[in-house]
Ligand binder design. Structure first.
Ligand SMILES: Nc1ncnc2c1ncn2[C@@H]1O[C@H](COP(=O)(O)OP(=O)(O)OP(=O)(O)O)[C@@H](O)[C@H]1O
Length: 229
């Protein structure tokens, strides 16, 4: 199986510039790898740095040391030292990231929030909306909500829009930060099914799954982040 994501010697210390430069060392020597078609789960107590690892891979946080190699076809990039333009390109084509909370643009209908990643890749509006609709239907989001902006949706409804948006473009790497935290058992099982389908299609998945049922169902192995604190 081809390697898709490989972290070596990754470290992160937060510096609180507005509080006398206080330093908060969080992670050091992070080593982990994810191959195509594989799902790796990050585990460990609250505050150990699981979300920080996901954010460094997506380029939201800059790693202080080490390498975050992202493999896309024949190309390999180091997210730890990638310039902003490369980070934008990797987000467009290579890495999908489902954060814990949806950051919706005001006044944009849910179906367009979900279709947007396909639109940015050049898919026609009609096809992008069709594929968004298919995912929203699978995730049981009532059709009457599709034309409404998600700002007023319930936590579980927003999470399903967020998941649909993260899955719609089928990029080679999928990062999931607690994708089922606000979902009922039926929708949780659908998310497990969708992740499984992605793995079978060759996507490399790295996630945080506090729900042990979800973790056991999707993860091929776990990495305990406490080892890197
Ligand atoms: N932007 C930031 N500035 C300062 N400290 C931060 C920042 N982001 C995270 N931290 C700190 O880094 C540590 C790790 O946070 P992180 O959210 O990665 O943990 P986690 O393992 O995902 O926790 P949880 O399971 O509770 O979500 C925490 O002590 C947190 O306060």
């Amino acid at each position: 199986m081809t390697m898709r994501l490989c972290l070596s010697g990754v470290g992160k210390t937060f510096v609180m510039h507005l509080q006398d430069g206080i330093e908060i060392p969080v992670l050091r020597g992070v080593e982990l790898a994810v191959k195509e078609g594989e799902c790796v789960a990050l585990t460990g107590p609250s505050g150990t740095g699981k979300s920080t690892i996901l954010r460094m891979i997506y380029g939201n946080y800059v790693a202080d040391e080490g390498q975050i190699l992202v493999v896309d076809g024949a190309r390999i990039f180091d997210m730890a030292s990638a310039p902003p333009r490369r980070v934008i390109d990797l987000r467009l084509r290579t890495i999908s990231y489902v954060s814990q909370f949806l950051r919706a643009v005001p006044r944009v209908p849910a179906i367009d929030v979900v279709a947007e990643p396909l639109r940015s890749l050049g898919t026609s509006p009609a096809e992008a909306r069709d594929r968004a609709a298919t995912l929203l239907a699978r995730l049981n989001l009532p059709e009457r909500l599709w034309s409404l902006p998600p700002a007023t949706f319930s936590g579980g409804e927003q999470q399903r829009v967020n998941i649909a948006r993260g899955l719609v473009a089928q990029r080679p790497i999928l990062i999931l930060d607690e994708p089922t935290a606000s979902l009922d058992a039926t929708n949780r099982d659908i998310v497990v099914e969708l992740i499984d389908e992605r793995k079978k299609a060759g996507t490399a998945v790295l996630g945080i799954f506090h729900d042990a049922i979800v973790r056991d169902a999707v993860a091929d192995h776990c990495v305990d982040v406490q080892a890197f604190t």
